[in-house]
Each structure stands twice: as structure tokens, then as C-alpha cells.
Design a protein around this ligand. Structure first.
Ligand SMILES: [Fe+2]
Ligand SMILES: [Fe+2]
Length: 248
């Protein structure tokens, strides 16, 4: 069952509580009362189709209306992606870090196990942070400059050309690397911890890692399946315009 505009937001959360984080990123916080999705989007000045598509891609992984999404405003999409990055770095990762600290300060755990998990986690956080930094410093500014040039035809041509060297193909491949690091970390915990006396803290860490993985998977999916095609479409327009000299 997909989310639609007439549903009450409270029903949406009862249907799938994992959507809470996604809905929060749009600035819609708890305390929905009897309000519908449509009413809350209007209150927050959010384009309803954009909200519904993002929420439904998260809710149902088999749902992916790429054609409709290709018409979305690049700036709106980038704002959503940046909110997601902030959620990972400022909230989700520190939360997992707290559990890891609980484990590593517990004397009953073997030192080698503690070191292994801590080192692997820090390595993963480093990779994820580097990836996010590259997106925020290079990919997103490029997309915004491209959109701005196509809209106004002014001043951005050199900027777009200088940024264009970062291949969008290379960008897509990076997502697989980040995902496989997280998978390895989960696997170490599931398979290779020698007979823990009490697994509860590990269960919590694992649960958090699975949640993070789902969220990140959806985020990368949106970047690969929506952002990249939007960029490719804009690049075509950019080349057509600059070749015809219409914007010079
Ligand atoms: Fe991202
Ligand atoms: Fe990404």
C-alpha cells in the first residue's frame, strides 16, 4: 500500500514507523494531530508530488517512478539529500558511537574484539564522511551551478566547465564501496565475535547498523537513480545551448 495525499500523517507512521526520519528531514516534526499528508505539506510549503515520491521510494523499494522524478527541481532534491547527510553525521553516527563506547569501556570484553570493532567502525565513518564531503564540495555545487546556468544563462558557464571533470560514473561506483564497508562491519559482528557472554549490546549495535544501511541504501539509490539522470539531462541541455551559442 503506497502513501497518498489523503492519508493522515499519523496513519502513515502507524503503517511504517521507519518513515519518521524521512518525514523529519522535510522539517515535519511529530504532533500531527488529525492532519493529512496534503495539509502538512501545504503548511510546510513542500511540493506534494516531491514529498510523496521520496516517501514512497523509501516505503516500498519496488516503487520507483523515475520519469516523474526526473522533472523535479535539482535544488529541492539537493536540499533533501543534504538534510539526510546531516542526519547521518550529526545524529545516527554519534548514536552508534555511543553504543560502541559502551562496549569498549566494558571490562568484560576481550581487548582484541573491542579494538577490531572500534577500528572497523572508525574506518567506516571515515569513508562515509569522505564520500559525503566529496558530494557536498564537488557534486552538489556542480549540479546547482549547472541548474543555475540553464535557468539564467548567466555567469556560470566557466564554473560548470571547471567542475565537469568529476565523472558522474565515478560517483556512482563510490556508493558501492561505502555500502560494502558497512556490510563487512555487520558481518564481523554476526560471524566472528568469539562466544560473547552477553550479546545484548552487540544486538543493539547491529540493529543500528541495519537501520543505517537501509537508510543509506535508499539515499544512494535516490542519488544514482534520480540525481544522476537529472544531471545527465541537464548536461545534454548545457552542451546543446553552448554549441548553439544561445547563452553566450
Ligand atoms: Fe549523499
Ligand atoms: Fe552518496
Amino acid at each position: 500500500m503506497l502513501i497518498n495525499e489523503e492519508m493522515k500523517m499519523a496513519e502513515v507512521i502507524h503503517l511504517n514507523h521507519h518513515l519518521l526520519h524521512v518525514i523529519n528531514r522535510f522539517g515535519i516534526q511529530l504532533g500531527y494531530g488529525e492532519k493529512t499528508v496534503k495539509q502538512l505539506c501545504a503548511e510546510h510549503e513542500l511540493p506534494l508530488p516531491f514529498f510523496l515520491e521520496i516517501v514512497n521510494t523509501f516505503h516500498d523499494p519496488s516503487y520507483f517512478p523515475v520519469d516523474a522524478m526526473l522533472r523535479f527541481d535539482a535544488a529541492l532534491l539537493i536540499r533533501y539529500l543534504q538534510q539526510t547527510h546531516a542526519y547521518y553525521l550529526e545524529f545516527r553516527i554519534p548514536e552508534i558511537e555511543q553504543y560502541i563506547t559502551r562496549l569498549t569501556t566494558d571490562e568484560s570484553w576481550d581487548e582484541a574484539v573491542k579494538r577490531l570493532i572500534r577500528d572497523f567502525f572508525h574506518q567506516y565513518v571515515f569513508e562515509l564522511t569522505q564520500h559525503i564531503k566529496r558530494e557536498e564540495d564537488r557534486v552538489y555545487p556542480y549540479v546547482l551551478a549547472l541548474a543555475h546556468y540553464l535557468e539564467t544563462g548567466q555567469g556560470e558557464k566557466e564554473l560548470v566547465e571547471s567542475l565537469m571533470h568529476y565523472s558522474i560514473q565515478e560517483y556512482e561506483n563510490e556508493h558501492d564501496d561505502v555500502e560494502s564497508k558497512l556490510f563487512d562491519l555487520k558481518n564481523i559482528i554476526i560471524k566472528y565475535i568469539p562466544r560473547p557472554k552477553d550479546s545484548r549490546i552487540l544486538n543493539l549495535i547491529l540493529h543500528e547498523l541495519f537501520e543505517l544501511e537501509d537508510d543509506l541504501h535508499n539515499h544512494s539509490h535516490i542519488e544514482n537513480m534520480i540525481l544522476v539522470p537529472i544531471v545527465e539531462r541537464m548536461e545534454k541541455e548545457f552542451f546543446a545551448l553552448t554549441r548553439n551559442g544561445r547563452h553566450d
